[in-house]
Design a binder for this molecule. Structure first.
Ligand SMILES: O=C[C@H](O)COP(=O)(O)O
Length: 223
C-alpha cells in the first residue's frame, strides 16, 4: 500500500477539550499536505475547518452526542442540523449507550430512525459510534444486528475517550456481522502504521486517530 493510499483511510482527529483555533488550522493544513480523508473537529470549529479546507478534497467531520452518547434525540438532531448547516460532510454520533445497557431497543430504533434520514436528506455521512471497548461481545453483536437493518454509513468502534478504544477482535466481529454496505471505522488508541495496516486487513475502511502525522511518518519509511 502506498503512503498516499494509507492517508486516504485516515480521519485526522483533534477532539481534545483544550484544542485551540490555531491547532484546528494546523490539523487542516496537515490533512491537505498528507491527503487524509477528513479532519474530525469539535462542533464549534466546523465552520472554521470548512473555510480552511475550501477547494480541497479533505472532508469535514464532526461529532454529535459526544463523547457519552446520552444527549436526548432532540439535542442530537439539533447538533446534527447545525453541523450540516455549517458545512460538515460527515457526522460521528455516539449511540445512546444508556439505552443499550437498559435493554431499550425501542429507544435506539427511535434515535437512529430520527437522525439518519435527516443526515441522508442532507446528503451527508453518518458514522455511529458504539464504544465497543466497553461493550460485551453480546452487546457488540446486538448493535450490529440492530443497526445492520438501517442504511447507516459506518459503525465506528470508539470515541477515544472511554477506558478502552478499538480492538482487532471487535472490528473482526463487527465485519462478520454487518452487511457489506455498512463500513467500519476503527478509532481510539491507534498510534502506529502497523496498527492501521492490521485494522484495514480486519475490515475497517476508515481509521480515526489523533496520531495521523506520526503514523504517516512511519508509513513513509516503511512502504
Ligand atoms: O475519533 C477518534 C478518536 O477521538 C481518536 O482517538 P485517539 O486520540 O486515541 O487517536
Amino acid at each position: 500500500m502506498s503512503s498516499a493510499s494509507v492517508a486516504s483511510y485516515i480521519d485526522h482527529t483533534l477532539l481534545k477539550p483544550t484544542a485551540k483555533a490555531a491547532d484546528i488550522d494546523r490539523l487542516c493544513e496537515e490533512a491537505m499536505q498528507y491527503g487524509f480523508a477528513a479532519v474530525c473537529v469539535p462542533p464549534c470549529y466546523v465552520s472554521r475547518a470548512r473555510q480552511y479546507l475550501q477547494g480541497s478534497r479533505v472532508k469535514v467531520a464532526t461529532v454529535v452526542g459526544f463523547p457519552l452518547g446520552y444527549a436526548t434525540i432532540e439535542t442530537k438532531l439539533a447538533e446534527a442540523k447545525q453541523a450540516m448547516g455549517e458545512g460538515a460532510d460527515e457526522l460521528d454520533m455516539v449511540m445512546n449507550l444508556s439505552a443499550l445497557f437498559s435493554g431499550d431497543e425501542a429507544y435506539l430504533r427511535r434515535e437512529i430512525e430520527t437522525i439518519l434520514p435527516v443526515v441522508h436528506d442532507g446528503s451527508k455521512i453518518l458514522k455511529l459510534i458504539i464504544e465497543s471497548g466497553i461493550l460485551s461481545e453480546d452487546q457488540i453483536r446486538f448493535c450490529c444486528n440492530l443497526y445492520g437493518n438501517y442504511p447507516v454509513d459506518f459503525l465506528k468502534t470508539s470515541t477515544g475517550f472511554a477506558e478502552k478504544g478499538a480492538s482487532l477482535e471487535a472490528v473482526k466481529l463487527m465485519r462478520s456481522l454487518l452487511p457489506e454496505n455498512i463500513q467500519i471505522k476503527a478509532s481510539g488508541g491507534i498510534r502506529h502504521y502497523e496498527q492501521v495496516r492490521q485494522y484495514l486487513e480486519a475490515g475497517a475502511t476508515r481509521i480515526g486517530c489523533s496520531a495521523g502525522v506520526a503514523i504517516m511518518q512511519e508509513a513513509i519509511q516503511q512502504v
